[in-house]
Design a protein around this ligand. Structure first.
Ligand code: HEC
Length: 216
């Protein structure tokens, strides 16, 4: 619950931040210096509130995030770098610098969205796990657990109780096999969609493992 509230607050604050920035950017580019000055003066307090919330919710989210890598790191660096550039740009009313900082902020937003599917990293199963259903030693739940261990542990934990990145405790899940397969396919919020990643058979195996975790 905490993570979800934080996640949505962060998104809302970013939207407000970008809107304020967009107005300023437009005024600067249009050469409306007087209007820019009076807008900047009037928006000052809300802007401080929005920027602080942006920072605070961002740091709090970071602490709850299961995996920090790739574009996620790039996004944070770009956002941090854009701040001094933006401050300087509006101080000296430089259009090139303002455009640069604007591109950086929009680019960081795009990276955050793209990072979602990049979070899936293929990983081999341990050699002793039987994956051939026609083998007499085959056990669907063991197969499912092995697949789960490669992709799901970072958020849901080895036993399904971890709740990183807003994940749900799988012991309390009441989903049916089909509903779990659907969730694996589509993902939700920070959970990436594994639609093309697993075969239908693998999705079924993982779902059966999750059913075995549920305390009914
Ligand atoms: C990056 C984090 C992350 C990863 C990795 C992840 N999940 Fe999730 N998972 C979530 C989040 C967040 C939710 C809660 C979504 C919501 O309902 O708001 C969730 C919810 C679920 C649910 C629904 C539980 C319920 O009853 O509501 C299932 C089932 C599930 N995940 C299975 C998996 C499986 C299987 C994998 C691996 C293939 C996986 N998850 C990988 C974050 C993750």
């Amino acid at each position: 619950m905490y993570y979800i509230a934080l996640y949505h607050t962060h998104k809302l604050v970013i939207t407000l931040f970008i809107l304020i920035y967009l107005v300023k950017f437009f005024l600067l580019m249009a050469g409306k210096d007087k209007t820019l000055e009076s807008f900047s003066a009037r928006i000052k307090i809300p802007e401080i509130v929005v920027s602080s919330l942006f920072l605070i919710t961002g740091v709090l989210l970071l602490l709850e995030t299961a995996e920090i890598r790739g574009l996620f790191v790039a996004k944070i660096i770009v956002v941090i770098l854009s701040v001094p550039i933006a401050l300087k740009a509006y101080k000296i009313k430089n259009k090139a610098l303002a455009s640069l900082s604007f591109l950086m902020i929009i680019g960081a937003y795009g990276m955050a969205e793209m990072n979602k599917s990049k979070i899936i990293h293929p990983q081999a199963l341990p050699k002793d796990v039987v994956t051939d259903a026609s083998d007499p030693a085959y056990d669907m739940v063991i197969h499912g657990k092995a697949l789960y261990d490669t992709q799901c542990v970072s958020c849901h934990g080895a036993d399904g109780t971890l709740q990183m990145s807003g994940a749900k405790n799988l012991h309390y899940s009441k989903m049916t096999e089909n509903q779990i397969v659907e969730r694996i396919n589509m993902g939700k919020m920070t959970m990436p969609p594994y639609d093309d990643f697993f075969t239908n058979y693998e999705k079924k195996a993982i779902s059966n493992y999750i059913l075995s975790l549920q305390d009914n």
